[in-house]
Design a protein around this ligand. Structure first.
Ligand SMILES: C[S@@+](CC[C@H](N)C(=O)[O-])C[C@H]1O[C@@H](n2cnc3c(N)ncnc32)[C@H](O)[C@@H]1O
Length: 209
């Protein structure tokens, strides 16, 4: 399976139909968490099975992973988990998906692709325009989590989000994980690898004010 997909390819200009929350989840009133770049979604399966008082939505640009994840959701009859295929930036910018950002309580960007070369920075999922857009549509109090093992990417993401007046940093010590989308502090696949390889993890939490 291809590990890296160019999100700016015209293949991703067209987005699939985004179902309503009540089509995605059996109880559309539950708190909603959005995981951007969820890969095969194992992290979200862990969360959804244990934390049934939240709905979980994953967006992933590798179509095969999303197809497989959707099959697994159907087989296991999981009612609080849904996956959407495509470039998250295009999907969330589309008018038809505005309701997702209006309803979401928290968003995670876990170990996004770093795109190390400067000329590829535009392929990074966090872009100033995207953060500006989020600051306009997210409800006050929405939380954003970022996590990476690449210091340069962390600095870039942190600078991009912190430069937006509407996002304030929450110190980890002041954050109540038990009330969040991940009360059990499950790890993503990439995070598990990073821990095994004893690499650093850089993370930050922001709140929309
Ligand atoms: C390094 S992997 C991390 C996967 C997972 N979050 C984890 O922590 O194990 C980054 C994932 O983001 C996906 N991705 C990259 N750009 C994306 C975009 N614009 N929209 C949606 N998914 C994207 C990649 O295909 C890949 O699966």
């Amino acid at each position: 399976m291809r590990q890296h997909v160019n999100p700016l390819s015209s293949n991703f200009n067209q987005i699939e139909r985004i179902p309503s929350l009540s089509e995605m989840f059996s109880d559309s009133q539950l708190n909603l968490h959005l995981d951007i770049g969820c890969a095969a979604g194992e992290f979200l399966f862990d969360l959804a099975l244990v934390n049934t008082s939240w709905n979980y939505l994953g967006i992933e640009i590798r179509e095969k992973l999303v197809k497989n994840a959707k099959l697994k959701v159907a087989e296991r009859e999981i009612k609080n988990l849904y996956f959407v295929f495509g470039n998250a930036n295009n999907i969330l910018n589309a008018v038809q998906s505005e309701f997702i950002l209006k309803n979401v309580k928290s968003i995670s960007f876990n170990f996004p692709d770093p795109w190390f070369k400067k000329r590829h920075y535009k392929r990074r999922v966090i872009q100033p325009e995207f953060i500006n857009f989020l600051s306009n549509v997210l409800q006050k109090g929405t939380i954003i989590f970022i996590k990476t093992d690449v210091k340069d990417l962390f600095d870039y993401m942190d600078c991009t989000i912190s430069s937006n007046f509407y996002f304030k940093i929450i110190e980890k010590k002041d954050f109540s994980y038990s009330e969040s989308f991940n009360p059990n502090k499950f790890k993503t696949n990439r995070e598990k690898d990073v821990i095994i390889n004893q690499l650093d993890i850089f993370e930050r939490i922001y709140i929309k004010i």
